[in-house]
Design a protein around this ligand. Structure first.
Ligand code: NCD
Length: 365
């Protein structure tokens, strides 16, 4: 597993990237295509930089510039999503396969919706109804799917590093939709986009340069969370000040190289936060007893109403889902206006449209 802070192929580490503040979140945002235009419009492609890599395995594959490019493209696809027919022909003739070896509601549906809205054909593989239950290996499964002629494979797997192995076996672009405790890059991208959108609305439409000046806490099961790893890389690359908050048993053994600070004391951090990002306890990955009880966890680390009241008035509350109400967040807080959870899901579709277009788009709309 690559630790956050290290580079993959062409990516830059957040340490390096965080220092090159200057390129703006706002830069190159295309003019929205006219309401009556039949497709997103050529504007979408103005200044579109072809990706340096074919695959998206880690946020480090994108680096700061790649993240900003996805934000820019997402703005254009958000405009498409507002249309009566929210569909463009950008990936007509292309095929996207979703290969999910772990349960998923939002990520798989979100990728499939995104692909369909780009007019791609979609092939769905679900482990429980496939030859995987007969003992077929991952390699044989993905080679079989690839042989049918696909352009992208969106893969979720319980083993960290599985998508990287798959890149050796298939010709398609591979997109990591969550691998074990490693990374979940599109979740981080949609989270960055959601924060950017909330700040833009607050600033009367002025898109902020990046996340510098923002203090973000990621709270909970950091040790087993692929969302935390991708979000640390993404938030730090955009200049945010990231603090990890967890009991010692749910904190990674070493944070060397992570561009973060860490604490076990949630209550003392609340008043200084601009964003609080809650994580689900990854019960399926715990393998040992790391918590006295979920009630105790809620009492020490859950976002209760009293803790929500201790946040700044305009602090943003986020969670990747699925939320376990009454554990990491109280039901009342989950439904507060400051909670962006539904907005995160909604933005997931446009951000994944941007990712698919970025990796597969030929430049012809
Ligand atoms: C996350 C995941 O699968 O890593 N869910 C998601 O994709 N929205 C978070 C989780 O399962 O806790």
């Amino acid at each position: 597993m690559r630790a956050p802070g290290t580079s993959t192929s062409t990516g830059v580490s957040p340490d390096e990237a965080g220092n090159e503040i200057g390129a703006a979140w706002a830069s190159g945002v295309p003019e929205a295509a006219g309401a009556g235009s039949p497709v997103a419009g050529e504007d979408l492609l103005v200044g579109h930089r072809a990706p340096a890599v074919r695959h998206l395995l880690s946020i480090a594959d994108l680096g700061r510039d790649g993240i900003l490019e996805i934000m820019r493209l997402s703005d254009a696809f958000a405009e498409v999503a507002e249309r009566p027919i929210p569909k463009v022909p950008a990936l007509r003739g292309r095929t996207v396969a979703t290969v999910f070896m772990e349960p998923s509601t939002r990520t798989r549906l979100s990728f499939e919706t995104a692909a369909k809205r780009l007019s791609a054909d979609v092939m769905t593989f679900t482990a429980s109804t496939s030859a995987a239950v007969k003992g077929e290996s991952l390699r044989d499964t993905v080679e079989t799917i690839d042989a049918m002629g696909i352009d992208a494979m969106v893969i979720r797997h319980h083993a960290s590093g599985a998508p990287l192995r798959v890149t050796d076996w298939v010709g398609a672009s591979v997109i990591n939709a969550g691998d074990g405790t490693h990374e979940h890059p599109t979740q981080a991208l949609l989270d960055c986009y959601t924060i950017r959108e909330a700040l833009t609305a607050r600033r009367d439409g002025a898109v902020p340069a990046d996340m510098s000046g923002l203090r973000v806490a990621i709270v909970g099961d950091i040790k087993h969370s692929r969302v935390a790893r991708s979000n640390v890389l993404a938030f730090a690359a955009l200049g945010a000040d990231v603090v990890l908050v967890a009991p010692p048993t749910l904190m990674p053994a070493s944070l060397e190289g992570w561009p973060v600070t860490a604490t076990g004391d949630l209550d003392s951090t609340l008043g200084g936060l601009d964003v609080i990002y809650l994580l689900r306890i990854q019960s399926e990955r715990l393998g040992e007893v790391l918590l006295p009880s979920l009630d105790e966890y809620h009492w020490r680390y859950g976002l209760t109403r009293a803790r929500a009241d201790a946040l700044k008035r305009d602090a943003l509350i986020m969670h990747p889902g699925p939320m376990i109400r009454g554990v990491e967040i109280s039901p009342e807080v989950a439904d507060m206006p400051a909670s962006l959870v539904t907005r995160q899901v909604r933005n997931g579709v446009v951000v994944r449209m941007a990712v698919l277009f970025h990796l597969l788009g030929s430049g012809v709309m």
